[in-house]
Design a binder for this molecule. Sequence first.
Ligand SMILES: C[S@@+](CC[C@H](N)C(=O)[O-])C[C@H]1O[C@@H](n2cnc3c(N)ncnc32)[C@H](O)[C@@H]1O
Length: 272
Amino acid sequence: MINEDMPPVIDPTIPSAARIYDYFLGGKDNFPADRAAAERVMELGRLAGFNVRDMSRANRAYLARVVRTLAGAGIRQFVDIGAGLPTQQNVHQVAQAVAPEARVVYVDNDPIVLTHARALLADSPQTIAIEGDLREPGKILADPVIRAHIDFDQPVAILVMAILHFVKDDQHAADIMTTLCEGVPRGGYLAISHAYSELRVVETMDEAHQVYDRTNTGDFVHRPPAHLASWFTGLELLAPGAVPVELWRPTHDEWPGDPDNSGFLGAVGHKP
Ligand SMILES: C[S@@+](CC[C@H](N)C(=O)[O-])C[C@H]1O[C@@H](n2cnc3c(N)ncnc32)[C@H](O)[C@@H]1O
């Protein structure tokens, strides 16, 4: 865990996936290198006929719908891996609007995310932020700070939103999901979103991949719905299955995004 009294050592000249995404969402927690990378990806998207900002907002709206749905189903504990910089509709705010007693752990491997999260959470004892790496899921699940905050004898929802596509190796991604599936207690859930552009393989994507290759996470990969669905070992996928996030239980009172402009697939599994 980082020392909370010391500012994290960061190199602002290396674009960060968290800060690029923050820029897509209209946030201010980003540096010139992040904005330049984000603007280039948005421009490449425009050339290919899609809107990267709307894709990101739709992913964020899906995240909020999932948390609201699971809190409505009685879940009171959330572990959000790859939490990202605080923005609108953060997991603890959405969950606690349904159930004020809900407890949340944010996990991220970007120190600047943790600094911002902790500043936001200074007066929210039910919510904590810790450093952890998705590529070591066993370590996250065994982390004593998480175990002190979350009771794994009770149902827990593990959220892995817009991050698994940074794990390039298929077998490694599948192994991570297997460990997380095993870590979900009975009655709990595992929810993911994942980059998706299967129907829209266009030349401009090559340069977008190069832009991400120069970030702190490296490049990302696309995977099709059946591939994602196969990762939920021992869990039952909630309807409507692995689908573009805009189609995952949209509501009439909130903008779910445009399915024709989808950049992310979503899927939520339940351990009976
Ligand atoms: C695109 S943001 C997604 C934020 C949020 N989950 C959402 O969907 O709105 C991806 C986040 O994952 C984090 N991340 C990337 N690779 C990671 C890893 N191996 N372990 C932990 N966090 C990681 C980044 O720092 C960033 O905050």
